[in-house]
Design a protein around this ligand. Structure first.
Ligand code: NAI
Length: 727
């Protein structure tokens, strides 16, 4: 730099300063590679190929093995077993056999196993980190400082939950045998997210890593053996999607937990529908990253580096859609390009590397195909000129601008280091663009105004919204998606619930027995007499009003060969209208929890005021005794009180994540819920399904008992008098 003679004396840098600048300009980092020797020694010990870990022992592959490749140099690391269908059977059988013993342990005993796992992981953290980097291509800085420490934290945290389970989750027990299938982007961390809560709750597990990144799971199996985890509690079987399919289809599996692509998640949901298996899915994303004009722009740029270039962008919650307020767009993009040009892409084992290798050639081809497609559509594609290694699967940091909200690269999950930038003018436009996606996993909001950030964050339909930060995770915080990003949560109390169910052994409340369809009514009530005298026309109840059914048909309710009343017969159009009315009634969710509680208390009050009418109607409609009918009405009143009480007490939580400050987690209603009531106890069933749903702010489309529907047509008259808003 030789500008000193053109610079005014006051601003001129000293000789010493310019010398430093010159050095800095020419300085480059020398390589600082982490030694792979411990990992390669471990791999050499398995040069004959890896086996499967079933029932606490190593079982050889029955068929041919396949190669696990280091994506940074395309060299083979190991031969992995492809589990056969009979080996999947054996793993499930081992998990089933181990279940009673594992469940019978006290929480404290299970806590000790989880604690031992965390301890062992910590002791071998560097080996796990290097092995992960070799197998996946992620920079050693990330596997060493993020993946492995977070995995360890998960086991510690859930050791604590195992200890507390009996008191915090009294009346709950393990779901049973759990099948867990994970992808390749965070191999050991995903294992920890899945395994720690499952084991803490007393489940036994059949676990399948992704075919391209099985190695840390296999090393983990050795660790489980070393700490003496009882045989069968954890089974690790390797192989491709066919092995995953076999786990999914297996009748001996009680619950499935899957992380991976939306396509496979959809296939798993279809395959398990009607099977009774519990399911949680953590799928893709296209997360918005919103930068307002008043944001700290340099902070936002650093956040973007963490958000979209972390793990080469192969992150389900990557902030892949940059939405920037128009007035600062040019400034932010200029700063971003300057920063992107400094990202070092190269040897993943080098401690100075920022971005390592893409996981495999197929993923690399997918990323470049999508970027080439954007280029072909005339979008502006800017890529850093960082030199890429000659061999291996590398891709440069990429920024695409001038994109239309409907462009393929804006809507499709690229799963690579590719950021798409768009602009907005107002907060409302930012929210609309942010929510214009089929996904809903995560979002980031950047603004120095806490009021603006807190106003915008809850309007974004995403499982996690980070404010002035990105990609923050902790074992105490639930993580998961909306819509095509899946359902179910991992981490925290909410994650624990995925692996628990109410005890089947607990005494259950005995309800009045269902009416025998052929019974003859014994009680002829004043109401029945009245309905016989005045020809009452029951209707559907849609949008807060009584509506005639679209088809114009009415059905006779017959009991013991005698017609006891008539109900309208709804059709598809009625359902559509009801769903539409429910969708429009967004005000109910926005109502305060206290306000919702008030409505439910009022409903209970009105039911109590008409208890005799409902008792008579139940006795007529279901042919239970008058005493049983009265008991059902009383139980209904009590249940409305119960859910009214909960409405303003089911709070979220504030987690104190050790590394990231304060995390606020809010409970939200699901939205519009379809409820189909059973025939048994028609009033109590209706109340029991309706009340918790509306207490939490959901809107409901409810089909009452088909056999005994009369009570529902009376119940909606209570809704009219209890301040429940229409829809
Ligand atoms: P994938 O969803 O096919 O694989 C994830 C896991 O599911 C692997 O263990 C695989 O063996 C297993 N699997 C595959 N087919 C299965 C089936 N029918 N039944 C049960 N298990 C099955 O993901 P893949 O092929 O590795 O990547 C494809 C694309 O998915 C990527 O290009 C990326 O865009 C996206 N992806 C998204 C992830 C996320 O976390 N959101 C993670 C991995 C991939």
């Amino acid at each position: 730099m030789n500008t000193a003679n053109k610079t005014p004396a006051t601003a001129r840098p000293s000789v010493r300063q310019s010398a430093v600048s010159e050095i800095l300009d020419t300085m480059s980092y020398g390589p600082a590679p982490e030694s792979p020797s411990a990992a390669t020694a471990w791999l050499a010990g398995h040069s004959a190929g890896f086996d499967l870990f079933v029932n606490g022992a190593w079982v050889p592959a029955e068929g041919p093995r396949f190669a696990s490749i280091n994506p940074a140099d395309s060299r083979e690391l190991a031969q992995i077993a492809q589990a056969s269908p009979t080996q999947v059977d054996a793993a499930v059988a081992a998990a089933r056999a181990a279940l009673p013993g594992w469940q019978a342990l006290s929480g404290h005993q299970r806590a000790k196993f989880l604690y031992a796992i965390a301890r062992e992981l910590q002791k071998h953290a560097r080996l796990f980190a290097v092995l992960e980097t070799l197998d996946n291509g992620k920079p050693i800085r990330e596997s060493r400082d993020i993946d492995i420490p977070l995995a360890i934290r998960h086991f510690y945290h859930h050791a604590g939950w195992a200890q507390l389970l009996a008191t915090e989750y009294a009346g709950h027990e393990a779901v049973g045998v759990v099948g867990q299938i994970v992808p390749w982007n965070f191999p050991l961390l995903m294992l920890a997210w899945k395994l720690a809560p499952a084991l803490a709750c007393g489940n036994t597990v059949v676990f399948k890593p992704a075919e391209s990144t099985s190695l840390t799971a296999l090393l983990f199996a050795e660790l489980a053996q070393r700490i003496g985890l009882p045989p069968g509690v954890l089974n690790i079987i390797t192989g491709d999607g066919a092995v995953g399919q076999a786990i999914v289809a297996h009748a001996g599996v009680d619950k499935l937990a899957f992380t991976g692509s939306t396509e496979v998640g959809r296939a798993i949901r279809e395959a398990t529908a009607g099977s009774g298996k519990r399911l949680s899915l953590e799928l893709g994303g296209k997360s918005p990253y919103i930068v307002f004009a008043d944001a700290d722009l340099d902070g936002a740029v650093e956040g973007l580096v963490d958000s979209i270039f972390f793990n080469q962008g192969q992150v389900c919650c990557a902030g892949s859609r940059l939405l920037v307020q128009e007035s600062v767009q040019a400034d932010l993009l200029a700063r971003l390009r300057t920063r992107m040009a400094k990202i070092r892409v190269g040897d993943p084992l080098d401690k100075n590397t920022d971005m390592g290798a893409i996981v495999d050639a197929a993923q690399l081809a997918r990323i470049s195909g999508l970027v080439d497609g954007a280029r072909g559509q005339g979008l502006t594609v800017w890529q850093s000129e960082a030199a890429l290694p000659a061999a291996g699967c590398f891709y440069p940091p990429t920024l695409i601008s001038d994109a239309d909200p409907s462009a393929e690269v804006v809507q499709t999950e690229v799963f690579g280091p590719v950021l798409v930038a768009m602009s907005f003018r107002t907060p409302a436009e930012a929210v609309a663009l942010a929510n214009n996606t089929v996904y809903g996993l995560a979002a980031s909001v950047w603004s120095e105004s806490i009021s603006l950030a807190l106003e915008v964050a809850p309007q974004i339909q995403a499982g996690v919204v980070w404010v002035n930060s990105a990609n923050r995770f902790d074992a105490s915080c639930g993580f998961g998606g909306y819509r095509q990003s899946g359902f179910g949560r991992e981490g925290g109390r909410e994650g624990l619930r995925e692996y628990l169910k109410p005890c089947t052994t607990a005494a259950s409340v005995r309800l009045a027995p269902a009416a025998a369809p052929t019974a003859t009514p014994t009680v002829v009530t004043p109401l029945a007499a009245a309905s016989a005298a005045i020809n009452r026309t029951a209707k559907l109840y849609v949008g807060g009003a009584q509506q005639r059914p679209d088809g114009g048909y009415t059905r006779a309710v017959v009991l013991g060969g005698r017609e006891v009343g008539q109900v309208p017969e709804g059709n598809r159009k009625d359902i559509r209208n009801a769903v539409e009315a429910a969708r429009k009634a967004t005000g109910w969710a926005a109502n305060s929890a206290h306000g919702r509680a008030q409505v439910l208390f009022y409903l209970a009050e009105n039911l109590a005021a008409r208890a005799q009418d409902f008792t008579d109607l139940l006795a007529l409609d279901t042919d239970v005794s008058a005493e049983a009918a009265r008991a059902e009405v009383e139980a209904g009143i009590e249940r409305l009180f119960h859910h009214a009480a909960w409405a303003d007490k089911y709070d979220g939580a504030v987690h104190q994540a050790p590394l990231h400050g304060i995390v606020t987690a809010l409970n939200e209603p699901i939205g519009v819920i379809g409820l189909v009531c059973p025939d048994q106890a028609p009033l109590l069933a209706l109340v029991s399904m309706l009340a918790p749903a509306v207490a939490m702010g959901n809107r409901v489309v409810l089909l009452p008992s088909r056999r005994n529907p009369l009570v529902a047509t009376e119940f909606y008259q209570l809704l009219d008098t209890s301040d429940l808003p229409g829809g």
